[in-house]
Design a binder for this molecule. Structure first.
Ligand code: FES
Length: 101
């Protein structure tokens, strides 16, 4: 169980626009879908491309490099769920998004 790190105000995270942050130097992507906030690793499981410029459709984020697609709810690669990217627990306290790393 990691420690919680404040990232930004909930009001500053745009809907369906993945935003990159580097808490503790780690590449983390925050994604807002409606009232839900997800935090995933901003590094593709294939060859490490940043996923921040990927295309989001529903809960599926597609890598801009070679189109691998991941479910942001659990980080799993859609074609082979044994592969995937890390996901991190998100907490919202007093309008501030924190990620547990
Ligand atoms: S680096 Fe993401 S699909 Fe290849």
């Amino acid at each position: 169980m990691g420690t919680s790190h404040e990232i930004l105000a909930l009001s500053k995270l745009a809907e369906k626009k993945p935003s990159a942050f580097f808490p503790l130097g780690l590449p983390v992507l925050l994604i807002r879908v409606g009232a839900e906030i997800f935090a995933v690793e901003n590094r593709c499981a294939h060859m490490g491309c940043p996923l921040s410029s990927g295309k989001l459709e529903g809960y599926i984020l597609k890598c801009p490099c070679h189109d691998w697609a991941f479910d942001i709810r659990d980080g799993k690669f859609t074609r082979a769920p044994e592969l995937g990217i890390k996901t991190y627990p998100v907490e919202i306290t007093n309008g501030i998004i924190s990620v547990r790393l």
